[in-house]
Ligand binder design. Structure first.
Ligand SMILES: [Zn+2]
Length: 281
């Protein structure tokens, strides 16, 4: 099923790489007592009371350029994810977006479920025509001697890009095209960035891991164990939720379920919720 929207003249496709095994809520959000979930369980729990994440990436077509935001978990099989396999490149071909045609890979951050397809099994770039744009602050953070052993995915899927000469480290607001730019949104990781789209008076945002579960639309003050700096992540989420609503942005959230990757954040009866965007625009 094609899941696609337009932001002005920009086309955005959701591309599912993998559905990982579910987490129990207290595992993924260890600081949130179980009974606090009660008002949200219908919207965010699966039938077993667990949190099902999705590993989604996005392709963006803007001004003739094809941009891939994040590269999922990678081909696998992944022993730490129930031996499941990633399918990003299959999904891309099905959508008529062959990996060979990608001009830019933009990494929202350098966690393992966002960099997995960078290289093929021969160590060559999976996206041979692409410049890979990685946030400089993440590159510096994850390569520190005391952090690097906790981030083998950076050693495997990011570090080899440097000698291949295909990576650009970016910081601040970096324009990819006239319509697409990165926006620093630190906290989840030090260099975490979202991707802003502005075209023909419309605004869009690819969240990266600004939010990982739909519960954070309703409770942006809740952080998961995946946030490197939980206080900074919380402040960033709160500020961005305000901005998303004020600017009526169309939002693309990779960890949200298939069929609900695109939405707007609306308030009704004093409560925020995720309103799934209709296909097209
Ligand atoms: Zn993630």
């Amino acid at each position: 099923m094609t899941e696609k929207i337009n932001v002005g003249g920009v086309e955005v496709w959701a591309l599912l790489d993998m559905i990982p095994p579910p987490y129990t809520p207290d595992d993924f959000f260890p600081s949130i007592p179980l009974d606090w979930w009660e008002p949200y369980r219908k919207e965010v729990f699966d039938q077993d009371g667990n949190l099902q994440l999705y590993y989604g990436c996005f392709a963006i077509r803007s001004q003739g350029k094809l941009i891939l935001v994040d590269t999922g978990m990678g081909p696998g099989p992944h022993p730490e994810r129930g031996n499941r396999r990633g399918e990003l490149t299959d999904r891309m071909r099905e959508e008529g977006l062959p990996p060979e045609e990608v001009d830019y890979v933009v990494h929202t951050h350098l966690h393992g479920d966002h960099v997995g397809w960078n290289l093929d099994t021969h160590g060559k770039p999976t996206f041979p025509s692409a410049r890979y744009l990685a946030p400089r602050a993440d590159w510096e953070y994850f390569r520190q001697p005391e952090i690097a052993p906790t981030a083998p995915f950076v050693a495997e899927s990011v570090v080899p890009l440097e000698p291949l000469g295909v990576m650009d480290l970016v910081e601040g607001e970096h324009s990819v095209t006239d319509e697409v730019a990165t926006l620093p949104t630190p906290g989840h990781t030090p260099g975490h960035q979202t991707v802003m789209i502005a075209s023909q008076g419309q605004q869009g945002l690819v969240t990266g891991d600004l939010v990982q579960s739909m519960v954070q639309v309703m409770r942006p003050d809740w952080g998961s164990r995946a946030d490197v700096d939980s206080e900074q992540a919380r402040e960033t989420r709160l500020a961005m939720m305000e901005r998303i609503q004020q600017e009526n942005m169309l939002v693309a959230a990779g960890h949200f379920p298939t069929g609900a990757h695109f939405g707007r954040i609306v308030t009704s009866e004093g409560r925020r919720y995720w309103q799934i965007a209709k296909p097209g625009g």
